[in-house]
Design a protein around this ligand. Structure first.
Ligand code: NAD
Length: 476
């Protein structure tokens, strides 16, 4: 059982602060302002009892609001026995920088409960989630204009719907109550495309990165995703969806690493077949479509590939194993998978790291869309889809009449069709990821002393947050 002060030697928050301090030297802000941006504003740690049969267990939990330079604050909730205060603080801080980078108007936050979900029944998990939400509500740590949780490692739509229902119960008649949490199922005012958003965002980030010919040439690769070999760590929400969309973009998934082992096939792995296999036998091991199998999952990261997508947990690529990583691009689907020391070694040998605070920002981007949908109480596309289709049809009819050309019914429907909610969401996500990559890349290229894309991303985030403080009149 975890205790409130359970800290390992590794400090994730120190790592984030180290990256921050390194980037801060490339900005011209006052030390006091930098200190305020870096600090965690509110750290709420609490415990509550859970009855299990005739025994009682203490559940340890946290919610950290890192920055209130914008409201509400926003960030996922993690269920893992490894959760501790340092980790939640680090993840909350990353949320602040992430939101700034992709221009999502939220401050950063994160929550966590120190439990291994495999040890609890569904009804116990529901009790824990509802009690956690009640504790947040008691201290004003949740609400559509205060702090808005979302899924993270170990949580998903099911937990978000328990949170929404508890918040609704505690706030009867509050019109915007469903905006108190995102990542909800569609049937409970969620948004189409949220489930796949983080992974889709990772894939778009990678596609943008490999589209720059000059950068690819420098690391001995050709431009474009076609035929690029990818290894993915973590076959959960982020890993699975990253793999699927990278495949859709032309890449080949050659490796999958899970907590219980890793699979490899130079010719490509069938991701859905691996999922089916895991459902049947309870492990990815023993999958027939793999040519190599590793009981030690970490070995899977070190196999031949062009791109590595760590999408499990922090502290996976360290000084110890980075020298054995064969990929030249690391796309951080997870938060904090690469330590500062490992990043230094990897980038000094020429490798590119697409940093977490940008790479996995697709989730919060689409969460922002969901929050907007909840506040406006109308699904995207509902008001204008038919109007758009009628207008497009009028144009097609007019062009046909003027030119004498008759389109096939398939050509007609492609032109006439109005956008669905999913299409609008994916288009907004794609635009955000593309624009943000090039913004970061521009900062990176503008100053030869800025050593990595991560440093550039931090510089960009710090500058944007500083502007918020200035516009609030808190800083001249
Ligand atoms: P998830 O719980 O859906 O999946 C995580 C997967 O990683 C699980 O399948 C788990 O078995 C596997 N795993 C655990 N330890 C592992 C190990 N040592 N090696 C290989 N695999 C391992 O979680 P998720 O939502 O996909 O989150 C993964 C990461 O992405 C986290 O760092 C999270 O903070 C980050 N993230 C998630 C979202 C989101 O929208 N869910 C958004 C941004 C960032």
């Amino acid at each position: 059982m975890a205790s409130i002060n359970s800290h390992s030697e590794f400090s994730f928050f120190d790592d984030v602060c180290q990256f921050f301090d390194h980037a801060a030297q490339f900005t011209s802000h006052d030390q006091g302002l930098l200190e305020q941006i870096k600090a965690c504003n509110s750290v709420y740690r609490f415990c509550f009892p859970l009855r299990r049969g005739n025994k009682m267990e203490t559940i340890y939990a946290w919610r950290v609001e890192h920055s209130h330079h914008k409201s509400p604050t926003k960030g996922g909730i993690r269920y893992s026995e490894m959760v501790n205060e340092d980790e939640v603080m680090a993840l909350a801080a990353l949320m602040t920088y992430k939101c700034a980078i992709v221009n999502v108007p939220f401050g950063g936050a994160k929550g966590g409960i120190s439990i291994n979900t495999k040890n609890y029944s569904v009804s116990e998990l529901e009790t824990i989630t509802r009690r956690y939400t009640t504790e947040l509500a008691k201290k004003n740590f949740i609400g559509p204009g205060i702090d808005v949780p979302a899924p993270d490692y170990g949580t998903g739509e099911r937990e978000m719907s328990w949170i929404a229902d508890t918040y609704l119960t505690l706030n009867p008649g509050q019109l915007d109550a469903l905006g108190s949490v995102t990542g909800k199922p569609l049937s409970l005012s969620g948004i189409d495309g949220r489930r796949t958003a983080t992974g889709r965002g990772v894939a778009i980030a990678v596609r943008e990165c490999v589209s720059i010919e000059e950068d690819m040439k420098a690391i001995g690769l050709t431009a474009g995703l076609e035929g690029k070999r990818v290894i993915v760590q973590g076959l959960g929400n982020v890993g699975y969806n990253s793999a699927k969309v990278l495949e859709e973009f032309g890449a080949t998934i050659v490796g999958i690493c899970e907590f219980d082992g890793a699979l490899y096939n130079e010719g490509g792995l069938d991701i859905d077949a691996i999922i089916e296999h895991r459902k049947e036998v309870g492990t990815i091991l023993g999958f027939k479509g793999a040519t190599k199998e590793f009981k030690n999952s970490a070995e899977g990261l070190e196999q031949p590939c062009d791109i590595l997508v760590p999408a499990a947990l922090e502290n996976q690529i360290t000084e110890e194993n980075v020298g054995r990583i064969q990929a030249m691009i690391i796309a951080e689907g997870a938060n904090g998978p690469t330590t500062p020391a490992a990043e230094k070694i990897f980038t000094e040998k020429g490798g590119i790291i697409i940093p977490d605070m940008y790479c996995n920002a697709g989730g919060v981007t689409v969460s922002y869309f969901e929050w907007l949908k909840n506040l406006s109480h109308v699904a995207f596309g509902r008001m204008d889809k038919r109007y758009e289709e009628t207008a497009n049809l009028n144009i097609v009819n007019m062009v046909e009449a003027v030119t004498g050309v008759t389109l096939t019914s398939q050509q007609r429907s492609v032109i006439v069709k109005g956008a669905s909610e999913l299409e609008l969401v994916n288009s907004g996500l794609e635009d955000t990821m593309i624009r943000s990559y090039h913004e970061i890349h521009k900062v990176y290229k503008a100053n030869p002393k800025i050593d990595t894309l991560r440093t550039a991303a931090f510089v960009l985030a710090i500058d944007k947050i500083a502007v918020s403080y200035q516009s609030m009149g808190i800083w001249p």
